[in-house]
Design a protein around this ligand. Structure first.
Ligand code: SAM
Length: 404
């Protein structure tokens, strides 16, 4: 029997001893394991099935198109690095027909403001001009004008154009010219609306795309960038090294703490807090089997995500000073990870901490950025960018709370 070692031996023993042969010694007996023989369903398929069940109810007739977007190559934006003096880069990108979606929106605001002025002085015809604009008077509220940081520049190709950006290049000092990212990831940063000298906390910062965008505003008085993962924090350090000159880097404090403990460390000190939580990363979950949260062994972790998200948001709220603002964001379509977390946080802040929060209306983002992104018009709280084949950014959910 010893000659029947390995797989062949095991296969025979599974069928029982051959006639005339003794039962195999215990050490050669093969115990069938369910886990080894059950069909392995890749986590990407589990994710897609889960989304088909849940998102078809939530998004209804929009789901097939969002699904197609999730399963196709995503679109990138090029966040210009203001620290590398990228004048020639701007020209290069414009020659390729890419535009800075942030300044395009700012221009739109200005042209409507001008039309508004003209409309005030004129009657009849002047007002007609104003009404013809895509934005209405109500949408041109003061927060709209204030909400766009003109220092952030991110180039995207027009809807339907799937040209790819070349990789970033270093300038003579070794600083890279742009950072390629999902352009929708900039919306939470724009919503945070950092003002000069603000103390800013980026609670879940790694690998650092949004931290870099926060620095591009040039407004952070102090920036604390934290992430629990030491390996991901290393990537954040690398990004800061590749994009930010030493003197600015030194104004950023990078830590690797559990964000849930932040209140204990530095409660109530920040003007602006970004809470970009871990989530089901829907696009990754349907495309990549590696490091997939839908892997069977990560079921518990996945089910606990809304609790972790709520704890992180609460820590972010408690880290904000009265009068300060928090932006919560995920790259998931799931209401359980989005609106429900916001509702629970508002409730807990009030009942357990006596903190009143005001939900800021961000619906003007939809008007401003409708040429670049596809927004979900029925999001109950906050805003949600839906993937779409012609504008394949997102998903990106963001919601802003002001601490009273
Ligand atoms: N903001 C980042 C960016 O733009 O590059 C992406 C952040 S990613 C969506 C979520 C991050 O949360 C992960 O890097 C993860 O390591 C971190 N994280 C998970 N649990 C955390 C915790 N308890 N405290 C702090 N960070 C946590």
């Amino acid at each position: 029997m010893a000659a029947l070692g390995g797989r062949a031996g095991a296969a025979l023993l599974r069928r029982g001893p051959l006639p005339g042969l003794r039962a195999a010694p215990r050490r050669y007996q093969y115990k069938e394991k369910w886990a080894a023989t059950a069909p392995h369903i890749p986590p990407t398929r589990l994710a897609l099935h889960h989304f088909d069940v849940n998102y078809s109810l939530q998004l209804k007739e929009l789901w097939p198109s969002v699904r197609a977007g999730l399963l196709c190559e995503q679109k990138y934006g090029a966040l210009l690095n203001n620290f590398s003096l990228p004048d020639h880069v701007t020209q290069e990108l414009e020659l390729l027909n890419a535009t800075d979606f942030v300044s395009e929106a700012t221009k739109k605001v200005r042209s409507v403001a001008a039309a508004e002025e003209a409309g005030r002085g004129e009657s009849g015809e002047g007002r007609m001009v104003m009404q013809a604009e895509t934005m209405t008077h109500a949408e041109m509220s003061p927060p709209l004008r204030a909400s766009i940081s003109s220092n952030i520049k991110c180039y995207t190709f027009p809807r339907g154009d799937i040209t790819r950006f070349r990789p970033a290049r270093p300038n003579t000092l070794g600083i890279l010219d742009y950072y390629l990212m999902d352009a929708a990831s900039l919306l939470p940063v724009l919503a945070l609306n950092v003002q000069p000298d603000d103390f800013v906390l980026d609670l879940c910062a790694a690998p650092g795309g949004k931290t870099l965008a926060l620095l591009q505003t040039g407004a952070c008085g102090h920036l604390a960038a934290n992430d629990i993962s030491i390996s991901r924090t290393k990537r954040l350090h690398q990004i800061l090294h590749s994009y930010v000159p030493k003197e600015i880097r030194e104004t950023v404090s990078v830590t690797s703490c559990d964000g849930r403990d932040w209140e204990r460390l530095e409660g109530g000190t920040f003007h602006k807090v970004l809470v970009d939580v871990p989530c089901t990363t829907d696009r990754h979950s349907v495309m990549e089997d590696d490091n997939n949260i839908f892997h069977k062994r990560r079921t518990k972790e996945r089910q606990m995500l809304p609790m972790l998200q709520l704890q992180l948001l609460m820590a972010g709220i408690l880290a904000t000073r009265p009068g300060g603002e928090v932006v919560y964001s995920t790259c998931s379509l799931s209401p359980l990870q989005n609106e429900h977390v916001i509702e629970r946080a508002i409730d807990i802040a009030e009942t357990q901490f006596n903190i009143a929060l005001r939900l800021e209306d961000l619906s003007h983002f939809r008007t401003l950025f409708q040429d670049t992104f596809s927004f979900f018009s029925d999001c109950r709280l906050g805003e949600l960018v839906l993937p779409h084949l012609t504008a394949n950014f997102g998903p990106m959910y963001f919601c802003k709370l002001c601490r009273m």
